[in-house]
Design a protein around this ligand. Structure first.
Ligand SMILES: [Zn+2]
Length: 446
């Protein structure tokens, strides 16, 4: 890949096509027209150009931590008025937890180009980008991608290092839960947004997987929602779905933590040729899978991404908080709670679960002149986790009856009102922020 980049850079700038697009006989049917895999430089150019050319629709983001080798992890947020601090529900798509699974980054990047190209042209895409925010991070494990290795530069498997249920996937799970900057980056992404729908892209099985990761953890409370969502995606990409445990057992994967922390539906998508026996080329793995093949023409992984956007937009599948505050007021919802690893051996000779803190926090700004706001959020009620302080529970019925803590503040951070909001999946909760409204606009003294 380095060789390709070097060769490309010797071509005079005037002879190069616009970054991210290929034209003419050599172009594929992908949004980019690409016919080969991107290098890291290609990804960085495509992400930067997408934001530069479409500032209204695209906001570049940088994840908080650099990788082990000091590389920056980049992504984009795409929605109508991307710079706004709105209350839209979020679809997060990430690629390459495993650095050698290149198609997982390609399809993620292509979807970004696709959305921007179709906004204002395709009625369905336009409607979905008006209602939802999509966050794309094509390469989580940048060091692994550069070396074309599965694990990161610390020889840790990124999809075994998440804290929830951590500890039963040696030897590459890391020294401790969340020991790696790359997994902490994804934790931050999900903890600071209302990610109602989440896809983590991998290769190469042509299937879709959801919790649990281990049979002893039992089925998730929202198993019906997982299955119907995966069914809907499957009509587009042709992939079958099952629990991750039924595929093979692991611990410490991102979908497990994200579901039990946020209740947003997270699915692992294993992109591969259909049928699996086809030769694995850029054409068969990326072009044909993205656009659909073997009975899925016009659908494909692209179609399943659109389904995920519809899922993210579906208010029956998450929660809504509405109310009246004041234009310019900053609303914040937070939740803090512990979760646990599997029981793991301790230096003192005991074996017990380790607790770790979860801090969910996200904000929106009230932009409507009337002070009315609508916020699409994950439910405040959180599924009772199978991994607990006293060990693993196969039966863990119901939900922790938690509330969001909502604050209403001035732009300078001065909190004017605090409220508790308890809201379940499919529910709409109206909250009275009269105190905030009145303090935000103090009545003129007479
Ligand atoms: Zn993988």
């Amino acid at each position: 890949m380095t060789v390709t980049s070097v060769l490309m850079s010797t071509v005079p700038a005037s002879a190069q096509a616009a970054p991210g697009t290929k034209t003419g006989a050599e172009a594929s049917a992908l949004p980019s027209g690409r016919t080969d895999y991107r290098s890291l430089a290609d990804y960085e150019t495509d992400l930067a150009e997408l934001a530069r050319r479409h500032p209204r629709l695209v906001k570049p983001i940088t994840l908080p931590e650099r990788t082990h080798e000091g590389r920056v992890v980049r992504g984009v947020e795409i929605t109508e008025n991307a710079a706004g601090r709105d209350g839209k529900p979020v679809l997060l798509v990430v690629g390459m937890h495993h650095g050698n699974e290149w198609p997982s980054g390609e399809v993620t990047m292509e979807f970004g180009l696709d959305l921007v190209r179709n906004y204002g042209r395709d009625r369905q895409i336009t409607g979905l980008l008006d209602k939802t925010r999509i966050v794309l991070v094509p390469i989580v494990n940048v060091d692994g991608f550069v070396k074309n290795t599965r694990r990161n530069a610390n020889n840790v498997d990124m999809n075994r290092n998440y804290g929830f249920g951590w500890g039963e996937s040696p030897p590459y799970q890391g020294a401790a839960p969340w020991s790696e900057p790359e997994t902490r980056n994804v934790r931050d992404l999900i903890s600071t947004r209302q990610v109602t729908t989440f896809l983590t892209m991998h290769t190469c099985l042509a299937n879709m997987l959801y919790p649990p990761l281990q049979h002893k953890a039992g089925l998730p409370q929202d198993i019906g929602a997982f299955r119907s969502f995966a069914d809907a995606m499957g009509t587009q990409n042709g992939y079958y779905h099952t629990t991750s445990a039924d595929d093979y057992e692991t611990s410490g994967e991102v979908i497990d933590w994200s579901y039990y922390a946020t209740r947003g539906l997270g699915v692992t998508v294993e992109v591969c040729t259909t049928p699996l026996t086809l030769p694995r080329t850029f054409q068969s793995l990326v072009v044909d899978q993205y656009l659909g093949t073997n009975g899925f023409e016009g659908k494909g992984v692209r179609g399943s991404f659109v389904t995920a956007l519809q899922q993210a937009a579906d208010r029956e599948a998450h929660s809504v908080i509405t109310g009246k505050a004041a234009r310019g007021a900053v609303l914040r919802i937070t939740k803090d709670f512990p979760l646990w690893t599997n029981p793991v051996a301790q230096p003192d000779g005991t074996t017990r679960p380790l607790a770790f803190d979860n801090h969910l926090t996200s904000t929106m700004e009230v932009s409507d002149r009337s002070g009315h706001f609508t916020w699409d959020v994950n439910p405040s009620l959180r599924p009772v986790p199978p991994y607990q302080a006293d060990g693993v529970h196969t039966e863990h019925p119901g939900f922790v009856q938690e509330s969001w803590t909502l604050t209403c503040a001035r732009p300078d951070g001065t909190v004017l009102q605090t409220a508790k909001v308890r809201v379940d999946r499919g529910e709409h909760e109206r909250i009275d922020l009269k105190q905030c409204r009145e303090r935000f606009h103090p009545k003129a003294e007479h």
